[in-house]
Design a protein around this ligand. Structure first.
Ligand SMILES: NC(=O)c1ccc[n+]([C@@H]2O[C@H](COP(=O)([O-])OP(=O)(O)OC[C@H]3O[C@@H](n4cnc5c(N)ncnc54)[C@H](O)[C@@H]3O)[C@@H](O)[C@H]2O)c1
Length: 371
């Protein structure tokens, strides 16, 4: 079959392109080569066998021509940033999904599958257990508490202590413009897919790790920052108290989920969490990265927090497990892959400084004073 991979020059897209080619499909990529992600233009890792079109997913005529002769579509293109230009998230992430279905329906295209990249950010703060009220979902953490270094959310009913737990797909409570745009992208795709009988799957990826994550993507988070810090013999910066829980999924496991959705109808018209299945504290991740680098450098508590961050989030992956998908790699494997790729790059000087300065300028990183 012939697949269109929108955003196929990026991290997840390019690995999916490679796997599709290996499976014998032919592939066309539509990617705008966003300058912040690809400051040096078209990446070398893109295979010559894949047809490449440079174009914007929000441009109807570009998307129309890219869809010509296509059997299935992966949509990975996204606007990911910390900037407060909220409409850009909706424009790229939500509107593009609507445009995709608009063209498929208008032109009666014989698309057999659409797979869209949603995100764990749709879940927001996620699920907790209250000893008195059982399952609860706390709201956005208050800025006034975070300024005092008070991190853990309380039960929204009794204000008692609560314990995080795995969050499944039935929950959605996005807490920033990115998460909102991903949730609407997911809804647009699943609802229009179902209405017009175009088999569609939305994947809520947790933090994906592996080679090719752009050094310039502020959203690639802890793995990139920790590894770059250690590479330069600096202490990885840790926000809050480092005890926040996150889950990480290896790119190879993400690619196998992406292929499963293409090859099976069991996933159609549904959203799935795609995560590592196990929560780690940020301090644990930092220690793991140091172990991979074989350096005795511990994480540094910076006395800062990131505006809008959730405290704990760990996706429940049992729904996708039930379709036979099980993650095979752990975060240490992912860090090892990432580090060996990073050590092969020759253009990483100054990137760390660039990233830190950028985050400060955006006022994303804020200081706190413990009470
Ligand atoms: N990487 C993660 O940890 C993660 C986690 C959750 C969700 N996701 C989602 O998965 C998808 C892929 O993420 P990634 O990490 O590979 O990102 P990435 O930035 O590496 O790749 C995205 C690609 O999309 C392209 N692009 C951006 N805007 C475009 C536009 N308007 N038109 C055409 N192309 C455009 C970029 O040039 C880039 O090549 C995104 O939708 C992202 O929101 C990623």
């Amino acid at each position: 079959m012939k697949g269109l991979v929108i955003g196929g020059a990026g991290f997840i897209g390019s690995h999916t392109v490679d796997a599709l080619l290996t499976e014998g499909h032919s592939v066309r990529i539509l990617d705008v080569l966003q300058s912040r992600i690809h400051p040096k233009g078209k990446p070398d890792y893109l295979p010559n066998e894949a047809e490449f079109i440079q174009g914007d997913v929000t441009d109807k005529s570009a998307l129309e021509s890219a869809l010509d002769g296509i059997d299935f579509v992966y949509h990975f293109a996204a606007y990911q940033d910390y900037l407060p230009d909220f409409s850009s998230f909706i424009e790229v992430n939500s509107k593009s999904a609507a445009l995709l279905f608009e063209i498929i329906v208008e032109k009666k295209l014989p698309i057999q599958k659409v797979i869209v990249a949603s995100s764990q950010s749709v879940l927001g703060e996620g699920a907790y257990n209250c000893p008195q009220h059982n399952l609860v979902f706390p709201d956005l953490r208050s800025e006034s508490k975070m300024e005092l270094g008070i991190w853990d959310p309380l039960c929204p009913i009794c204000e008692g202590d609560i314990q995080w737990k795995l969050t499944d797909e039935s929950h959605a409570s996005p807490q920033n413009a990115y998460g909102l745009s991903k949730y609407s992208q997911e809804m647009i795709s699943l609802v229009l897919g179902k209405r017009y009988k175009i088999p569609t799957v939305a994947f809520r990826y947790s933090i994906v790790q592996g080679p090719r994550q752009s050094f310039f993507n502020m959203y690639s988070g802890a793995c990139r920052i920790f590894c770059l810090s250690l590479y330069f013999d600096k202490r990885p910066p840790i926000y809050e108290d480092g005890l926040q829980i996150r889950d990480y999924v290896n790119i190879k496991d993400v690619v196998s989920a992406n292929l499963l959705a293409l090859n099976s109808s069991k996933a159609d018209y549904q959203a799935f969490n795609v995560g590592g299945g196990k929560g780690y504290t940020v301090l644990e991740l930092s220690a793991m990265a140091a172990k991979v680098f074989q350096k005795e450098i511990s994480g540094k508590l910076t006395g800062a927090y990131r505006f809008g961050d959730t405290r704990h989030i760990c996706s429940d992956i049992s729904k996708l497990n039930a379709l036979g998908w099980v993650p095979k790699f752990n975060p240490e494997d992912s860090l090892r892959d990432y580090v060996s790729w990073l050590q092969d790059q020759n253009d990483i000087d100054d990137i760390l400084e660039y990233a830190e300065k950028n985050m400060k300028n955006l006022n994303v990183v804020r200081s706190f004073k413990p009470s």
